[in-house]
Design a protein. Structure first.
Length: 104
């Protein structure tokens, strides 16, 4: 019975991709902040006019903007609404804070 309960608990955990598609990602970089909306087809848009494609590979979320800029950031094996983590902007070296928020 204990193994059944453990298996059921793991089944309730969403993968990072599912969590990102079902919710949104708030990004805070210095005084600039915006929200990113990931789609199941691998595309994304933001509330500031940025768009492109995204993938999750080997624990990293990689994005390619429609303008050609790209980058990858580590992401946890599991994500949930309200989770936050920090990374470094590869272009500027600035700290970026990512937070999973509810999709409106």
């Amino acid at each position: 019975m204990t193994l059944t309960l453990i298996a059921a608990a793991f089944a309730l955990l969403s993968t990072p991709a599912e969590t990102l598609v079902e919710n949104a990602l708030h990004i805070q970089a210095g005084e600039m902040s915006y929200t990113t909306f990931f789609e199941a087809d691998g595309s994304y848009t933001t509330d500031v006019g940025i768009a492109g494609t995204w993938t999750l590979v080997d624990g990293e979320m990689c994005v390619v903007r429609s303008t050609g800029e790209s980058g990858c950031q580590p992401v946890a094996d599991t994500l949930a609404l309200g989770d936050s983590w920090s990374g470094t902007n590869p272009a500027t070296g600035a700290t970026v804070t990512y937070t999973v928020i509810a999709r409106d």
